[in-house]
Design a protein around this ligand. Sequence first.
Ligand code: MG
Length: 396
Amino acid sequence: MKITKVETLEIELDGVKATTTWRPVFARVYTDEGITGMGEVGMTFGAGAVAAGPMIRDLAKRFVLGKDPHDTETIWETMLRRSFWAQGGGPVVFGAMSAIDAALWDIKGKVAGLPVHRLLGAETPAEPLRCYASQLHFGWEEEHRTLDDPAAYLEAAQMARSQGYDCVKVCPICIPPKGQKTRKRGGFGPAERKLARARMEAVREGIGPDADIIIELNGITSAVGAVQLSELLTDLDILYVEEATHYNSPDAHVRVSQRAPIKMATGERLYTRWGFLPYLQAGSIDMIQPDMGLVGGISEGMKIAHLAHAFDVGVQAHICGSPLATAIALQFEAAIPNFEIHEHHSFCLKSFNKELFEEDLQPVDGRITVPTAPGFGMTLSKDAEKRMEKAEVVLK
Ligand code: MG
């Protein structure tokens, strides 16, 4: 079996009911036997998604065309060693490698007639996976909102709880209060602490005592601010604090983890096993959050999960992308021994995102079923495909 073509597909959805950036980027790999596979880059939001497509095509042209899609380890290692830039990293090169790697696993699954988690040696989970409703500060509904008033946080938490979720994630400081334009770093003053506290008390009230809360900080906080918020909110029985500091200094994260009274989760902007290693060695991380569209794909995600397993640390895949990103993460989560909880992002509720694929992967009573169709089991919508920008590299 030989790879004959690699195509990139992307769709600009900025401002389409979303008040944030949203540009899913996909790789579709073709073979001489007519079987195709798809993967996704984890750069849907933020700046830089436009860089991912050209990187996919350049890596494909140099290292993927003409190869057998079953040889995922060899292809991955070749991209790492011979692209020059992967030995140094970043989201563009590892995002591109991730999308290619996932597409190859999709093909391998289709050839074998098995879902990817079974190719990875795991039986299908007997029960659906526990989910949390992620990013409640954007509302928990079709409309994308930025919640300010604590009463709105109460309502969003009640909505998630009424749907059966027993865990939610929310940022107490990501949405600046009315009239304020920027979010500040450094320590928080009395008014900011009061608002953060009121929002999180509302969330606790909304979900009740028998549910978990994860606090999202998005790396916005400095070390001192993260410790301050952790102390302020710890009596609300918080499961984890996520991205307490930015990733440019693993040492800052060590300091926060030593001083904050809440367990730490992070990892959506770390790449490969080497990116996670210093956090694990320092003991500054209690749950890792690798993104299958950024860490290097399924092949590298498995190595990262097992590395964390050696440190007795659990895993939640970070997911913020199209329905394909959810499908890829579910296969990974079903295959690892240290799965903790599945992230169901508020963007998974938006029709402009859901309609990109025919399958709609939604939890029931806060639990999500792992698909068992071959590969990732996803079908790109024909209507959505017509609206996508495409480019390709072909085996000569
Ligand atoms: Mg996050």
